[in-house]
Design a protein. Structure first.
Length: 495
């Protein structure tokens, strides 16, 4: 029997794909923005008719989320992001200042290794592919094992369309023999210029050890603060809609609620009215024990499922109207499962005396997991909002908006993105919503507009001015000494 180990096969395939991408990136470096845009439009037009089919495929393969919300995310990329990408200049001459004789040129980074999570495999794959092509880069995907079929199907559609519209062969490719060793080989290959980790934390160590630039659309542990001046009904609606979208799997989604004591009763009533269930201490302990594995990793069986199913698996039942489960807490302890990212409709709940205590609680929650992803504040007090924005160690502060949709750029002016940078805590080179501009480097051109003698003239004038100032100070000091000496002499008695 002829048997080949899958890890060896994956390693060899990774090497071949990286070497092929090296040839493709040289060809892409010569493409104009107009030519790249034709390819991007062709890719999006080709995949658009398959968005519902791919959403169903994702749900069936992974068991995560719900089809309706996955379709919405897919359309977000194919239509919302598409509109933002149109007329956007990323390569070639992207900015000119005729008065200052300055120009900026966008230059593709080269070959990108992309790691795609299983939580949003279709939308993240489409987004990563189109922004890479928009910026003139080759891209190699390492599909998540749990979503391999879905990601492969999505990429097959995109690759076929890209090739039909002028994409060089191997400009977009992916590992067929999916294995951890192959993925490690890919991100460490010399021909790979950048690693785009769209939400696979298990590869962070390997990515950091590679020494290559890393963009990490990482995990989130974002709190939502409801301040006393907030519109409580709207704030609660935003949080519930955000945390239950695709059953809580978007990285920007709220993980905890921090509320001021003076409005806590109102917030609690509104949460219950809008489908939140406050668990008893016993129920919280039961569910909390199941959310994470012994090694601290997320229990995949509790990812992206409804509140009702979560409760049933933990041994208690809730009404059919319940959309989210809430665990009350006091301290932001690192070993508390509710203080971690929960990729399901579960929220921690904290009560603080005032906004300053709430501010400290939010910082504790963010630091407890070393995640500087997203924070939301619901308030109509501009001073408090500004204080939160100044002091929080996060990539994005969202105000009076659902974290999921605000973070993605649906309800805010942030760049519409499926990869939300979380580089504040040192993981990745950007904390922005990732766009094609993060996949190029900028070459600046400056023409001479003045002669070099100006620096000597300027320094000479400043030096003369400084010398005159010092001379005047010395003379003024001398006059003071002389006056004091004269006064001292005149006051002495005659001998």
């Amino acid at each position: 029997m002829n048997m080949i180990d899958n890890d060896l096969l994956s390693i060899q395939e990774a090497r071949i794909l990286a070497e092929n991408a090296a040839m493709a990136k040289k060809q892409l470096a010569e493409f104009s923005q107009e030519k790249l845009d034709v390819i991007v439009e062709g890719m999006l037009n080709a995949v658009a008719p398959h968005l519902e089919e791919l959403a169903m495929c994702s749900h069936e393969e992974t068991g995560y989320g719900n089809v309706e919300d996955k379709v919405a995310k897919n359309y977000f990329v194919c239509e919302f992001v598409r509109q933002r990408l149109r007329n956007m200049k990323c390569v070639g001459f992207i900015e000119e200042d005729a008065d200052a004789l300055m120009m900026k040129i966008g230059v593709p980074l080269g070959a990108i290794a992309a790691l795609v999570p299983s939580t949003s495999p279709v939308s993240t794959t489409i987004f990563s592919a189109v922004i890479a092509v928009k910026a003139g880069n080759a891209i190699i995907f390492s599909p998540h094992p749990r979503a391999k079929k879905t990601i492969s199907r999505t990429l097959d559609i995109l690759i076929k369309a890209a090739r039909a519209h002028g994409m060089p062969e191997h400009g977009i490719s992916y590992l067929h023999a999916v294995d951890r060793e192959g993925s490690k080989t890919l991100i460490g290959h010399p021909e790979v210029n950048l690693i785009l980790n769209a939400g696979v934390p298990s590869f962070l160590d390997e990515a950091n050890r590679s020494g290559k630039p890393l963009i990490y659309g990482g995990s989130g542990n974002g709190p939502a603060f409801i301040e006393r001046t907030a519109n409580v009904k709207q704030a609660v609606s935003d949080i519930i809609e955000s945390k239950t979208f695709d059953y809580g799997m978007v990285s920007a989604a709220e993980q905890s609620i921090v509320v001021e004591r003076c409005i806590e009763a109102e917030v609690r009533r509104e949460l219950q009215a809008q489908g939140a269930y406050f668990m008893t201490e016993e129920e919280s302990i039961r569910l909390g024990a199941l959310l994470y594995n012994m090694d601290g990793s997320i229990n995949a069986e509790f990812v992206g499922i409804s509140a009702g199913r979560l409760a049933a698996r933990a041994g208690f039942s809730v009404g059919s109207h319940v959309r989210a489960l809430v665990a009350e807490g006091k301290y932001a302890l690192s070993d508390n499962p509710y203080n971690k990212e929960k990729l399901c409709p579960v929220l921690a709940y904290y009560i603080e005396d005032d906004w300053r205590d709430a501010c400290e609680k939010c910082i504790e929650l963010l630091f407890s997991r070393n995640d500087g992803h997203t924070l939301v504040i619901h308030s109509r007090d501009d001073y408090v909002i500004r204080q939160f924005a100044l002091k929080k160690p996060v990539a994005r502060v969202l105000v009076n908006t659902p974290a999921t949709f605000g973070g993605m750029g649906v309800t805010t002016a942030l760049f519409p993105s499926m990869v939300l940078g979380s580089g504040v805590m040192g993981q990745g080179i950007t904390s922005e919503n990732v766009s094609p501009m993060n996949l190029v480097y900028i070459r600046t051109v400056g023409a001479g507009i003045r002669d070099n003698a100006c620096i000597r003239r300027h320094s000479s004038e400043k030096l003369t001015e400084l010398r005159e100032k010092r001379r005047a100070e010395r003379e003024a000091g001398l006059h003071i000494v002389q006056r004091l000496l004269k006064e001292a002499l005149s006051s002495m008695p005659e001998s």
